[in-house]
Design a binder for this molecule. Structure first.
Ligand SMILES: CC(C)(COP(=O)(O)OP(=O)(O)OC[C@H]1O[C@@H](n2cnc3c(N)ncnc32)[C@H](O)[C@@H]1OP(=O)(O)O)[C@@H](O)C(=O)NCCC(=O)NCCS
Length: 195
């Protein structure tokens, strides 16, 4: 991602996180400008002939922060990614989004490959993230039962299913992760350890 990509990323956010996801939790120009200033190598976009099809934002966090499996804000501190620690050993995914009309074509996988390549290049321990569970509320299931069923391919989740296909390892549920009605404020804790 470079500064010229920012307006396209802001527009993409509104399409990728529709209500009931809260508008005040979407990236603004100021947030994304801060991300580029703090840690440009961790910010990616997918572009097709000048059109932004996807974006992925991340910061580095230290072992203690990673091991405590905190909430989104407890990990990243703010929407400006002020929790970024240049000496951190986990590349922590803040978000990923692909345009609704471009899904299922490998754009998310390409963004994840870029993240995994960065982990290798930096020689750090892992990539980690908390993954939304947009089908959880509608399922009526306990979060642990829900993620087990998604992992077993007994049901699909718009977000968790693709992320498991990328080879991320599922560790469990973090409750009170972020304001996210569809996910009952829960997230699945995922990681990719450097080989
Ligand atoms: C999650 C997201 C980024 C995935 O991006 P994508 O470009 O559609 O994913 P890909 O095309 O790379 O798909 C990867 C795999 O997941 C599968 N997949 C994708 N969407 C799926 C769905 N809705 N149901 C079942 N499988 C799905 C694909 O078939 C593919 O599997 P394969 O490679 O084994 O054939 C995208 O759906 C998205 O933007 N979601 C909304 C925003 C969001 O919730 N972001 C996550 C914040 S934590």
């Amino acid at each position: 991602m470079v500064a010229d990509d920012i307006p396209g990323v802001v527009a993409l956010q509104r399409l990728c996180f529709p209500p009931p996801f809260r508008v005040d939790q979407l990236w603004t120009v100021e947030h994304l400008t801060s991300h580029l200033g703090i840690f440009a190598p961790g910010q990616f976009v997918a572009i097709d002939e000048g059109t932004i099809l996807g974006s992925a934002s991340a910061a580095l966090v230290c072992e203690q922060v990673w091991n405590e499996h905190r909430s989104w804000e407890g990990t990243l501190v703010s929407f400006y990614l002020e929790g970024h620690d240049p000496t951190g050993t986990t590349l922590y995914g803040a978000d990923i989004s692909v345009h609704p009309l471009s899904r299922g074509k490998g754009v998310g996988r390409a963004l994840y490959h870029a993240r995994f390549n960065l982990v290798q290049k930096l020689g750090i321990a892992r990539f980690g993230t908390g993954c939304r569970l947009p089908g959880l509320k509608a399922s009526g299931l306990d979060p642990e039962v829900y993620i087990s069923q998604v992992q077993a391919n007994d049901r699909t989740d718009l977000t968790l299913t693709p992320l498991l296909r990328y080879g991320l390892t599922l560790h469990g549920v973090i409750e009170n992760y972020m304001n996210d009605e569809e996910s009952l404020n829960c997230a699945a804790l995922l990681s990719y350890e450097r080989s």
